[in-house]
Write a protein that binds this ligand. Structure first.
Ligand SMILES: *[C@@H]1O[C@H](CO)[C@@H](O)[C@H](O)[C@H]1NC(C)=O
Ligand SMILES: *[C@@H]1O[C@H](CO)[C@@H](O)[C@H](O)[C@H]1NC(C)=O
Ligand SMILES: *[C@@H]1O[C@H](CO)[C@@H](O)[C@H](O)[C@H]1NC(C)=O
Ligand SMILES: *[C@@H]1O[C@H](CO)[C@@H](O)[C@H](O)[C@H]1NC(C)=O
Ligand SMILES: [Fe+2]
Length: 477
């Protein structure tokens, strides 16, 4: 009885701690119309020069960040799949040969898609690279992350449902001014599937050219959304994800995944798990088996931050896509709580929403609470499907706002997660309308493993000892 009272009091106080009533922002904005940027606009233009590399994008190429995959397209002829790189601009000491592929979609024939894995890079280093030949050669650079280390600081951006409208461009430009080093992309890239026949392929190309201003210089960690499925029997296109998989490679083998649509990487102090909402995920499927193993590999002593990406949000109080995340919730929520995931990012709903730490794992069809309850071990769920695609905003939230929903607003924007050390990360959501100076939603994320109770006290004590005795910091539990 006493225990029960204590328990319900502590549940209650968690909601109070978190600021009790959630906020539904009624911000009214001027927005660009939700139309795709016309083909002739210069932000979609083909680079100068015969067969010049275009749609350049990079992603992490291994488990720990010592490799990148560089991808690009040449339109006129196969050309070279070579990447030349080095430590200073114009001085490319190393040459790596990549691979070439092409595909057709309906009657559209893709350009020549080059993919080159560059390995053996040093951590925390700026590399310059060149692709293409002669007058058409193009130069870019990227920075490798710090070595995997529990206190490595690193700033991620989070973008979802981007598309290729003027709003998409605005999101991209605001993101680029944020100072973040890598994008966690939560699915729905080009929205090319809203076109028909050969225009689908054409709009994948324009998307690649639009985002190149960022993707050529820093890795975007891709996950797939429903707009990547492209199941079109009327065009004879029935193999899901064909455009996406042909164009956006992922380092899935490095995490022993059997499929590019789900995988994991470690970067700085974060372990990032990418899931596929549109691949089988229930018990005994390949994705389920893989995730079970991957969670066991997470070592919070090395990577304190555990982040999961998926397209369909599990907690969403918008009318759009309401309940669509329920099947994944029933499959995986128990693990998310067990392994103390810090934060789960999703897209799909074209709005912004953040939850408190809540779970609904007590419920089963024969009993238990059928409503999410505050749960300190549970992740925070954040929906950032607000990149600005041609479908427009999902502005109808359910009323009343559920208790588990902390903040929600239907505006375009992007997020950043600025990891400071093993205990603290600062999260920001910035809507496009206000520029980067005004943050609409922000909070300090306390690490689920290092930030809680006993471990934090030990950490403080050890930290103090290490400062006093000037020994390198070691934590042993
Ligand atoms: C790929 O490119 C080759 C060489 O230009 C061409 O012969 C072939 O038809 C292309 N394949 C597809 C699937 O488009
Ligand atoms: C379902 O929940 C009820 C109430 O918490 C519990 O008594 C029961 O054992 C649960 N059943 C299963 C199969 O987990
Ligand atoms: C971690 O970062 C936070 C926020 O910047 C800071 O307050 C805290 O002192 C840092 N902890 C350590 C152990 O450096
Ligand atoms: C935003 O901040 C930058 C840098 O501090 C400043 O130059 C700029 O004028 C600010 N913009 C607005 C709209 O306040
Ligand atoms: Fe979606």
């Amino acid at each position: 009885m006493l225990l029960c009272l204590f328990f319900s009091l502590s549940l209650f106080s968690t909601f109070i701690d978190n600021g009790s009533a959630g906020i539904t922002s009624a911000f009214v904005r001027t927005q660009f119309p939700s139309v795709d940027i016309p083909l002739e606009n210069e932000v979609l233009s083909v680079p100068n020069g015969y067969n010049a590399p275009q749609q350049v994008h990079i992603t992490q190429g291994d488990y720990d960040g010592e490799a990148v995959i560089i991808s690009w397209v040449t339109a006129d002829e196969p050309g070279s799949s070579e990447v030349r790189y080095g430590l200073s601009e114009g001085k490319y000491d190393v040459t790596v040969e990549g691979t070439l592929n092409n595909y057709t979609f309906y009657k559209y024939e893709s350009g020549y898609i080059h993919q080159c894995l560059v390995t053996g890079l040093q951590y925390d280093t700026k590399y310059y690279y060149e692709i293409g030949k002669g007058d058409s050669a193009r130069n870019f650079w990227f920075e490798t992350p710090p070595k995997v280390d529990p206190d490595a600081s690193y700033k991620f951006g989070i973008i979802g449902d981007l598309g290729q409208t003027y709003n998409s461009l605005s999101t991209l430009q605001h993101y680029m001014a944020s100072g973040a080093k890598s994008v966690l992309f939560v699915g729905d890239l080009s929205y090319a599937d809203r076109y028909q026949y050969n225009d689908v392929g054409v709009r994948w190309d324009t998307f690649g050219r639009l985002v190149e201003q960022s993707t050529a210089y820093q890795p975007w960690i891709w996950s797939a959304g429903n707009h990547e499925i492209e199941y079109f029997p009327y065009m004879g296109e029935v193999v899901p994800f064909r455009s996406f998989l042909s164009r956006y490679p992922t380092p899935y083998r490095a995490s022993k995944s059997s499929n590019p649509l789900w995988y994991a990487i470690r970067r700085a102090s974060a372990h990032i798990i990418v899931l596929s909402s549109y691949s089988p995920f229930v018990k005994y499927t390949p994705q389920w088996h893989w995730l079970k193993q991957e969670f066991k590999k997470v070592n919070r002593e090395k990577t304190p931050w555990l982040i999961v990406l998926m397209h369909v949000p599990i907690y969403n109080s918008n009318e759009a896509h309401f309940m669509e995340g329920e099947s994944m919730r029933s499959s995986y929520e128990r693990w998310f709580v067990k392994y103390k995931v810090d934060v789960i990012f999703a897209g799909h709903v074209h709005a912004y929403e953040r939850s408190y730490r809540i779970s609904n794992i007590h419920y089963n069809v024969s009993g238990g609470d059928a409503y999410p309850v505050p749960d300190k071990k549970a992740p925070i769920y954040i929906t950032v499907g607000d990149g600005g695609n041609s479908e427009g905003l999902a502005s109808k939230f359910r009323d009343p706002q559920p208790e588990y929903s902390a903040f929600r607003e239907a505006s375009y924007g992007h997020s950043t997660l600025d990891i400071k050390n093993r205990t603290h990360a600062i999260y920001h959501w910035n809507r496009n309308d206000d520029g980067n100076n005004i943050t609409t939603d922000s909070f300090t994320l306390h690490n689920q493993y290092w930030g809680s109770g006993l471990r934090r006290r030990k950490l403080n004590k050890n930290h103090l000892n290490s400062v006093i005795s000037e020994r390198p910091f070691t934590a042993r539990f």
